[in-house]
Ligand binder design. Structure first.
Ligand SMILES: Nc1ncnc2c1ncn2[C@@H]1O[C@H](COP(=O)(O)OP(=O)(O)OP(=O)(O)O)[C@@H](O)[C@H]1O
Ligand SMILES: [Mg+2]
Length: 157
């Protein structure tokens, strides 16, 4: 399953559609090189999900928490500076995953998931972003588990 975008705006719009479909406990892993569009996609995801505040990407912040009017939470993790899954667990990744599952609408978006591979939940939707041209990005979906497959199929159908 793949999707090609032709501008940052299109990537954001795709993210909005994805964010609208998120359900409790969903984990999205965004994989791609620097500047491939992970944060741009996350901005759309958070907007579609209903975040009250826009997504920022401050350099030294590992976790950003976004709230929705109904009290739901979306967590955005940037794991660029982590080296192992153990570090993510020590910082409370499992607690975030539990919290996401426990509340309606709770979900996680993880940038640089390959840095913490051993700590990722078995069920997750990985989206690989690749720059194909200056303004084009190829998004490739790698779902693990039934829920992630359904999410990916709904988006690319
Ligand atoms: N089709 C596209 N989709 C997404 N971003 C695009 C696209 N075309 C151009 N861009 C530009 O590419 C850049 C993507 O930056 P972004 O911060 O989203 O990447 P990132 O993967 O989060 O990088 P980092 O690993 O440094 O956090 C932005 O400047 C954006 O405007
Ligand atoms: Mg980023």
């Amino acid at each position: 399953m793949r999707f090609l975008t032709h501008s940052a705006l299109e990537t954001r719009e795709f993210g909005i559609r994805l964010g609208e479909r998120l359900a409790a406990g969903d984990v999205l892993c965004l994989s791609g090189e620097l500047g491939s569009g992970k944060t741009t996609l996350t901005q759309g995801i958070a907007a579609g999900w209903g975040a009250l505040d826009p997504v920022s990407s401050p350099t030294f912040v590992l976790v950003n928490e976004y709230a929705r009017a109904d009290g739901a939470r979306l967590w955005h993790l940037d794991c660029y500076r982590l080296a192992t899954g153990a570090q993510a667990l020590a910082l409370g990744l499992d607690d975030l995953i539990d919290a996401a599952q426990a509340r309606p609408g709770g979900a996680l978006v993880i940038e640089w998931p390959e840095h913490i591979l051993e700590a990722l939940p078995a069920e997750r939707l990985t989206i690989r972003l690749q720059a194909t041209e200056a303004e084009s990005r190829l998004l490739t979906f790698e779902p693990r588990g039934a829920r992630a497959s359904a999410l990916a199929q709904g988006l690319t159908a």
